[in-house]
Ligand binder design. Structure first.
Ligand SMILES: Nc1ncnc2c1ncn2[C@@H]1O[C@H](COP(=O)(O)OP(=O)(O)OP(=O)(O)O)[C@@H](O)[C@H]1O
Length: 591
């Protein structure tokens, strides 16, 4: 099995899984009972038709009793209308229940995903999560609405017909039974093959979603490196495999479904041959023969559906297993049971002998210690991969550290409410994520306490107002997902406004000034000065010229602190920071 394939074992008998699915029906218990009741009523009413035909022929037509025939016709119409009404309500209630359960599950999965840590998302591709939240839940719905309950009604109908056949003429029934072994073999062969095709189909859907998500979010890179053809080939490869599996399923359906008609015809033939002979010998009534044939016809309808429905159930069991697996993945970065409240913090930050690894013992931060007083600003300097962003990730508690302690205002991060902590921090990254809403909502991020005027003055403070005013719809300007309609510098300024709107006590700027033109950089620099004033700030930047106003500098090498102090102190030391500074100023001077 490759990484995309999903298991689809025989799971009809996985009772715990089954009861767990049924638990989602509990809030709609009364409706479920009503639906089952209506379904049984429809099955019973459907059984009445052929029997009424028998009475009409044998008791009324044969003896010329027209008044009796009218009565039977009337009963027949009443039965039909009642069956129609019952069927309507049954269909509506079961679909209603299915939609509600899907809604409940979708929101539960979505909510759960938001509790997952970065570690979880490092391991699970987004396309897979989309498949869980959308496709798998859809499959489960199919099982609830058209699989599970209808299987019971089909089985009920089959048993009912069987009894009616035996009641009408047991000898005739035994003759018809001759086709059953062949029917069983055909159904079984179809079911196992169709199940295999379904399993592959599910794996392909997951892979297609993952590829699609990857390509759409990485479209820039794809086009930049002329990867369109490669990616197209990869996508069409999977798509073709899915097509061939779908065609295989189609082939099985095309063989199986008409084969049921053949068995039905053979059964009918046997009835005409054997029953007709007995009718000629006056051993059986004509009405019985006609009713028998009608029942037999009805008998093959549920059989045709049953194999398909069993597969639906099986796929849904596998889907639900995956959904529950996701829901059961514990929140690995849980808040402590009794988190220390974190009222308005002053902003003291302390790292004490911090050790951290993303994986196993592969330590990215090694014995990192430093402290910042409230309102102080710190620049973290170091080569690519030295662990600068990792310091931010651990301070935000996106990941838990393995050894040491990180404290904010003296409280260890492991003890405080992480939501309260994050609500007093703001992070501005180089890659700014903007939601598909308008500018105003992207700055305010749901904080409705902030009025439009306040947002405008915040934008003013961080030099964003000017460009927003120049947009066609100003603050109402809708942004595409990812904010692609804005330039990099504009996005950066907007994210400054967002950070200021948050009014954080601790502010982190991660490479916030790279990749913009000199004029925008000046604006960003100016905004940055305003933003960090009075707040504890951590700034990560490769260009040291942008860090002239910071109080302290920390130099990292391979995850270890090699220098920490004020700029002047580090310059005096003539160590790494001094050399970097010299190197960069030589570079800017040019040859
Ligand atoms: N999610 C992750 N899972 C595993 N390893 C990671 C993860 N993120 C970063 N790393 C590794 O941790 C190390 C430090 O990464 P980090 O992003 O902190 O470096 P950085 O100093 O910020 O680099 P840059 O200046 O390039 O942004 C790198 O070796 C990187 O490969």
């Amino acid at each position: 099995m490759n990484e995309w394939e999903e298991t689809l074992e025989d799971r009809y008998y996985d009772w715990p899984l089954f009861t767990r699915i049924l638990r989602y029906l509990r809030p709609y218990g009364k409706l479920v009972v009503l639906s089952v009741f209506l379904l049984l009523a429809v099955s019973l009413l459907n059984l009445a038709g052929p029997y009424l035909t028998k009475i009409a022929i044998d008791d009324h037509i044969k003896v010329g009793d027209y008044a009796g025939l009218d009565r039977i016709a009337l009963i027949y119409i009443v039965v039909l209308v009642t069956a129609f009404v019952c069927q309507f309500f049954q269909y509506y209630t079961i679909q209603f229940i299915g939609q509600r359960v899907m809604y409940d599950l979708r929101t539960q999965v979505f909510g759960h995903l938001h509790k997952m840590s970065f570690k979880f998302f490092d391991r699970n591709p987004i396309g897979k999560m989309i498949t869980r939240t959308v496709n798998d839940i859809e499959v489960l719905n199919e099982m609830l609405t058209s699989g599970l309950i209808l299987v019971f009604s089909d089985l009920f109908t089959l048993v009912g017909i069987f009894f009616m056949l035996a009641y009408l003429d047991w000898r005739l029934m035994l003759v018809v039974c001759a086709v059953f072994p062949f029917l069983y073999l055909a159904t079984n062969a179809y079911r196992t093959r169709a199940r295999d095709a379904l399993r592959k189909n599910r794996a392909h859907v997951t892979k297609l979603n993952t590829l699609l998500e990857e390509n759409l979010s990485g479209m820039n890179t794809v086009q930049m490196f002329n990867q369109e053809d490669n990616r197209y080939r990869e996508f069409t490869g999977v798509s073709r495999s899915k097509l061939s599996e779908d065609l295989r399923s189609l082939f099985y359906n095309s063989v199986y479904l008409p084969s049921i008609d053949v068995f039905s015809a053979i059964g009918m033939g046997l009835v005409i041959w054997y029953g007709g002979g007995r009718f000629v010998q006056n051993e059986v009534e004509l009405g019985v023969l006609v009713a028998f044939m009608q029942y037999l016809h009805k008998f093959f309808e549920p059989i045709r559906d049953l194999a398909e429905k069993f597969n639906i159930i099986q796929t849904a069991m596998a889907s639900s297993e995956r959904i529950f697996e996701l829901l059961d993945t514990p929140e690995d970065m849980q808040n402590p049971a009794q988190p220390k409240p974190l009222p308005k913090i002053e902003g003291r930050v302390e790292f004490e002998n911090v050790w951290f690894a993303y994986k196993n013992e592969d330590y990215v931060l090694q014995d990192v210690s430093f402290a910042l007083e409230p309102g102080e600003s710190l620049a973290i300097v170091g080569a690519t991969g030295s662990g600068k962003t990792t310091i931010v990730n651990t301070l935000y508690r996106f990941y838990d550290i393995q050894k040491g302690a990180i404290r904010v205002d003296g409280a260890s991060l492991a003890e405080v409410d992480k939501y309260a902590l994050r609500s007093q921090m703001a992070l501005v990254q180089q890659d700014v994520f903007l939601f598909a809403r308008n500018i105003l909502e992207n700055i305010r991020l749901g904080n409705t306490d902030l009025g439009v005027e306040e947002i405008e003055s915040i934008a003013h403070a961080v030099n964003s107002h000017h460009f927003i005013e120049n947009l066609p719809h100003k603050y109402e300007q809708p942004l595409m997902e990812g904010g692609n309609s804005l330039s990099l510098g504009q996005k950066q300024l907007l994210s400054f406004a967002r950070a200021l709107a948050f009014n954080p006590r601790i502010l982190i700027l991660d490479e916030a000034t790279s990749n913009v033109d000199t004029e925008t950089e000046k604006k960003i620099q100016d905004a940055m000065q305003k933003l960090i004033r009075g707040r504890t700030s951590i700034i990560i930047a490769h260009r040291l010229s942008t860090l002239q106003h910071v109080d302290k500098v920390l130099v990292l090498r391979h995850g270890r602190v090699v220098e920490f102090g004020t700029r002047q102190e580090l310059i005096k030391q003539r160590g790494t920071y001094y050399n970097l500074l010299k190197l960069q100023s030589d570079l800017t001077k040019g040859p």
